[in-house]
Design a protein around this ligand. Structure first.
Ligand SMILES: Nc1ncnc2c1ncn2[C@@H]1O[C@H](COP(=O)(O)OP(=O)(O)OP(=O)(O)O)[C@@H](O)[C@H]1O
Ligand SMILES: [Mg+2]
Length: 611
C-alpha cells in the first residue's frame, strides 16, 4: 500500500499499522477527516446511565451508521476498585460541600453507578474497559447541502436515541485521526483514544449492550416460557426461565403476577407453566374459584379438594402453632395473636355492612371467647389441644347474641350484623383435624376448588378464600418442599376496598414465601381492583414486587395503571392494548420479552381437556 504525503504523517502510530491505513486518508480540519470519498467524524459514548436497559444497542442498529465497540478485559481489577472507591470518596466530599441541587443529583447518580460497579466487582464480576465509537460521514463527491443536512439529522437522531437511555455522545476535535484509526478494524485502540473514551463496565453491563440480541432470556435450567415474537420466524428465540435459581441480580424473588383482560390467555399460560414446573419437580397448590384446573389435576394424578362445599371446612379460631417450623423473626410471633387477627379479618369480611366503630366489639368478643375456652396468650405447647378445644363461629354468634344490652361488650350494630351470619357457619367449622383429613404430604398437584361458592355472596367467597389461603400458607411452611408454587387465581375476589387486611396478608406472604422455598403466582383481570380506596399501597407492593410479570392484553381502563406500575418502552405500551390471545410481555427482573405462549400437542391436550 502506498503512503500519501498528507497530514497523516504526523500521526504517531506503530509502523506495522501504517501499511493497513486507507490510502487517501487526510485530516483537513480539526473537526473532520476525509477518506475513501467520505467526509466524517467519529463520535463516542461519553456518559452512561447507571441503570442500563437490556438491549439498548438495538435501537441504534436501525440507523444508517456503523460503529465499533472495544472491550478490553481489565487485568488489574484491584487497582480499578481502588480508583472507584476514591471517586466515591471525592463525590462524597463534593456532595458535602455543594449546595446546587441539580449538580448534586447528577453527582448522586454517578455515585450510585460507582457503587453498583463496586458491588458487582466484589461479587467477582469481571470488568472491561468499554469504548463505543460511531462513524458519522457523508460522501464528499456529492458536495451537496442536502447530504450535510441528512448527516445533521442522523446525528440528532442518534443523540436523542442515546439520550432516551440517559447516555451522552461526544466528539473530540484535533484527534479525529486517532479516533478514526481506532474505529477502523485494524485491531488497534490508541491509548489516547482509550483514555478519552473508555468506561468501566462489568459483565452484566456488557451483556446489556450486546447488539445482536433479540431481548431473549435463556437460563441454564428452568421452564420454557415461549418463543420471542419476531417478524421472521427464523429470528424467534426460545425463552427459558429459572425462577428458583435465576443467577440474575435483577431477579430477586420467584413470584409472578399474571395480568390481562378476560380471555387474553392468563389461565392457559398459567396451566402450561404449572405443568412444566410440576414436571420439573415443583409442588403446585392452587386456589381455584373457576373450576379450571380440575381436568389437568385428573390427568396428572393431582388431588382436588372441593373446598366450597363445606365438607372440608377450616376453623379459623383454631390456633396453628408453627413456631418450630419458622424462619428467624417469624418465630417470635404468638400463634394465638395470629389466630385472633385471622378470625377478626374473617368475621369483618363476613359482615361487610358493619361500620368500623363496631370493630372493637368484634375484637373484644373474640378475646372473651378464647378466654372462656381457657386459651390464653403465653401457651407454650398447643399439641395438647384438639379441634374441639377451640371456639368456633357458632360460639361467637352465641356469645354476641347472649350479651345483654347493658353489658359493656354489647354493640347493637354487631348484634344485627351477627344475625346475618346465619347459613355461613358451616364453612368455618371443622369437625376433625383438617390436615389429617386432607393428608397432602405426598400430593404434588393440589387444588382447592371453591367454585361451589360462586352463587353465594361475595363476602362469603372472600372469607372462605382468605381462610383457605391462611391455612395453605401455614401448611407450606410446615411441610416444606424444595419448590412450591402457590397460585392465587381470580385474586380480585380477595380484595375488599373497605378492609385492606386480606391484601396485606398477601403482601406479607409474597415477601416471605421465598424463605420457605415457595413462589406465589397472582392472577387477576383488572389491576385497578388492587388500587381501590385503602388498598392502594398494598396493591402496589404486591403487583410491583414480584420479579416476574406476565402482561397479556389489558382493558383500556387498566392501561394507565399498568404504566404507572411498570416501566415499559413505547412499543410495549402500544402492545398492551393490541396483544392477540396467547401473546404477552414478560418482565423478568430487568429483562423485557415479547413472547408467544405455545404448548406442545401433548401439553395442549392436557391443558384444554374438558373444554
Ligand atoms: N397461548 C394460547 N394458545 C392457544 N390458545 C390459547 C392460548 N391462550 C389462550 N387460548 C385460548 O383462549 C381461551 C381463553 O384463554 P384463557 O382461559 O387463558 O383466558 P383468561 O385470560 O384466563 O380469561 P379469564 O380472565 O376470563 O379467566 C382458552 O380457552 C384457549 O382456547
Ligand atoms: Mg382465566
Amino acid at each position: 500500500m502506498k503512503k500519501k504525503q498528507t497530514k497523516q504523517q504526523e500521526i504517531t502510530i506503530k509502523p506495522e499499522l501504517l501499511d493497513l491505513l486507507p490510502t487517501k486518508m487526510s485530516i483537513k480540519s480539526p473537526y473532520y477527516y476525509e477518506y475513501d470519498d467520505l467526509l466524517g467524524s467519529i463520535y463516542y459514548l461519553k456518559d452512561l446511565n447507571e441503570s442500563q436497559e437490556y438491549g439498548w444497542m438495538q435501537d441504534i442498529n436501525s440507523l444508517p451508521l456503523s460503529w465499533t465497540m472495544w472491550l478490553v478485559p481489565i487485568q488489574d481489577q484491584g487497582n480499578i476498585l481502588k480508583k472507584l472507591e476514591s471517586y466515591d470518596r471525592q463525590i462524597e466530599n463534593s456532595l458535602a460541600q455543594r449546595k446546587n441541587q441539580i449538580y448534586a443529583t447528577s453527582l448522586q447518580a454517578k455515585q450510585r453507578a460507582i457503587r453498583e460497579m463496586v458491588n458487582r466487582m466484589t461479587n467477582n464480576e469481571r470488568v472491561f474497559s468499554f469504548s463505543l465509537l460511531f462513524q458519522l460521514a457523508y460522501p464528499i463527491k456529492f458536495n451537496d447541502p442536502a447530504y450535510k443536512e441528512e448527516l445533521k439529522n442522523l446525528i440528532n437522531e442518534l443523540t436523542s436515541k442515546m439520550r432516551l437511555y440517559g447516555f451522552v455522545l461526544d466528539k473530540i476535535n484535533f484527534t479525529q485521526d486517532k479516533m478514526l484509526l481506532s474505529y477502523l478494524p485494524l485491531g488497534y485502540l490508541f491509548p489516547a483514544t482509550q483514555r478519552i473514551t473508555e468506561k468501566y463496565m462489568a459483565s452484566w453491563h456488557i451483556a446489556t449492550s450486546y447488539p445482536f440480541t433479540k431481548k431473549s432470556l435463556f437460563h441454564k435450567e428452568g421452564v420454557v416460557i415461549g418463543r420471542t415474537v419476531e417478524v421472521q420466524e427464523e429470528l424467534e428465540e426460545l425463552v427459558v426461565v429459572d425462577r428458583w435459581n435465576p443467577q440474575d441480580p435483577s431477579i430477586t424473588n420467584p413470584n409472578m403476577v399474571i395480568l390481562g383482560r378476560s380471555g387474553s390467555g392468563k389461565s392457559y399460560a398459567t396451566k402450561l407453566y404449572l405443568l412444566r414446573e410440576w414436571m420439573q419437580g415443583a409442588r403446585i397448590i392452587i386456589i381455584d374459584p373457576e373450576r379450571e384446573y380440575n381436568n389437568i389435576a385428573r390427568q396428572i394424578g393431582g388431588k382436588i379438594i372441593n373446598a366450597g362445599s363445606g365438607e372440608y371446612s377450616i376453623n379459623p379460631f383454631e390456633v396453628r402453632d408453627l413456631r418450630e417450623y419458622m424462619e428467624d423473626e417469624d418465630r417470635n410471633v404468638d400463634p394465638l395473636s395470629i389466630a385472633k387477627s385471622r378470625t377478626q379479618t374473617i368475621l369483618k369480611t363476613l359482615m361487610p355492612n358493619l361500620f368500623y366503630t363496631s370493630y372493637n366489639f368484634v375484637d373484644a368478643q373474640i378475646n372473651r371467647l378464647y378466654d372462656q375456652f381457657n386459651i390464653r396468650s403465653g401457651i407454650r405447647n398447643y399439641d395438647i389441644y384438639s379441634t374441639h378445644d377451640y371456639p368456633n363461629i357458632y360460639d361467637f354468634i352465641e356469645l354476641v347474641e347472649s350479651t345483654p344490652p347493658d353489658d359493656r361488650n354489647y354493640d347493637r350494630d354487631l348484634a344485627v350484623a351477627v344475625a346475618g351470619l346465619s347459613g355461613m357457619e358451616k364453612f368455618f367449622v371443622a369437625s376433625e383435624d383438617i390436615e389429617h383429613k386432607l393428608d397432602l404430604h405426598n400430593d404434588h398437584f393440589v387444588i382447592f376448588d371453591i367454585h361451589d361458592l360462586k352463587e353465594q355472596k361475595l363476602e362469603l367467597q372472600r372469607a372462605v378464600y382468605f381462610n383457605i389461603l391462611t391455612w395453605i400458607w401455614d401448611y407450606i411452611r410446615k411441610d416444606r418442599k424444595e419448590k412450591t408454587i402457590l397460585v392465587v387465581d381470580e385474586a380480585w375476589i380477595l380484595l375488599d376496598p373497605n378492609s385492606p387486611e386480606t391484601l396485606q396478608f398477601l403482601v406479607e406472604m409474597a415477601k416471605r414465601i421465598r424463605k420457605y422455598m415457595g413462589s406465589m403466582w397472582i392472577i387477576t383481570q383488572n389491576v385497578n381492583d388492587f388500587f381501590q380506596g385503602r388498598l392502594e399501597e398494598s396493591g402496589k407492593a404486591v403487583l410491583g414486587n414480584a420479579s416476574f410479570k406476565l402482561l397479556f392484553k389489558q382493558a383500556e381502563t387498566d392501561i394507565p395503571r399498568i404504566l404507572s406500575l411498570y416501566t415499559l418502552t413505547e412499543k410495549e405500551q402500544e402492545l398492551l392494548s393490541i396483544l392477540p390471545i396467547g401473546r404477552a410481555i414478560m418482565i423478568a427482573g430487568d429483562n423485557h420479552l415479547y413472547v408467544n405462549v405455545k404448548a406442545s400437542p401433548f401439553e395442549e391436550r392436557v391443558i384444554q381437556s374438558g373444554k
